[in-house]
Design a binder for this molecule. Structure first.
Ligand SMILES: Cc1cc2nc3c(=O)[nH]c(=O)nc-3n(C[C@H](O)[C@H](O)[C@H](O)COP(=O)(O)O)c2cc1C
Length: 211
């Protein structure tokens, strides 16, 4: 079946993309309003998009009423945010922070999470999260209907001590992070426990096997 993206609605294009581009990592984004209120919300149109400079991207939709989401407003105003990653242990808390609370309600408090101060940016990070990236805004690509493609520059990252194998060599015990990914439908997720290894094949070995 072919789906011609020029012939279908934006809603259908979105549905097709989010039910096939998966599992997606989840950016649990903490921002701070001008008044100092801490805001947290998950975003799965997210990925790392470059190592030098170290960049991540997050796609933030507009609200149905045509306004910007709080995360977008705060990032545009302050130029700072923290991306926390989501482990299986805190996946349900992450979903609580996606509830459409009024702007003066702290999602972090509603989900009974704790925050810890960041080092280089004003918004704090989520203490329960095994990985957090302190970011400053690199660029916003202003898309139609109040949608923002936010590109963030990572200033520093935090990794839970128990998941760091060798600090000098920057070796992380990745399976220990037990991160989850966003799958299809309204509320499906995947764990990252079903892994398999396929070593890279040097060209000389490939030729040997082939001949
Ligand atoms: C797992 C998950 C992933 C989400 N991904 C996105 C996303 O990529 N883009 C988006 O605009 N909203 C996404 N949402 C919805 C926002 O989290 C939700 O609209 C939230 O209330 C926005 O909060 P804010 O106004 O505090 O930024 C996602 C929700 C969940 C639960």
């Amino acid at each position: 079946m072919q789906f011609d993206f020029a012939a279908i609605s934006a809603k259908d294009r979105y549905k097709l993309m989010v039910s096939t581009i998966l599992p997606r990592p989840i950016a649990w984004v903490v921002t701070q309003s001008a008044a100092g209120l801490v805001n947290a919300a998950p975003y799965s149109f997210f990925n790392g998009v470059g190592g030098d400079p170290p960049l991540i991207s997050i796609s933030i939709e507009g609200r149905d009423d045509g306004s910007r989401k709080d995360t977008s407003v705060n990032i545009r105003e302050s130029g700072q945010f923290v991306v926390n990653l989501v482990s299986d242990a805190i996946a349900r808390d992450m979903v609580v922070t996606a509830i459409d609370f009024a702007p003066d309600v702290s999602e972090v408090a509603e989900a009974r999470l704790t925050t810890t101060p960041s080092v280089l940016v004003r918004p704090p990070r989520i203490a329960e999260s095994p990985v957090a990236f302190e970011c400053e805004l690199y660029q916003v690509v202003d898309l139609p209907h109040c949608r923002d493609l936010v590109i963030g520059h990572i200033l520093c990252m935090h990794v839970a001590d128990e998941a760091v194998q060798d600090v000098e060599r920057c070796y992380i015990d990745t399976p220990k992070l037990d991160l989850v990914g966003r799958m299809h439908g309204g509320g499906w997720y995947s764990r990252t426990r079903d892994r398999f290894e396929i070593p890279r094949i040097p060209v000389a070995e490939w030729k040997r096997q082939d001949g």
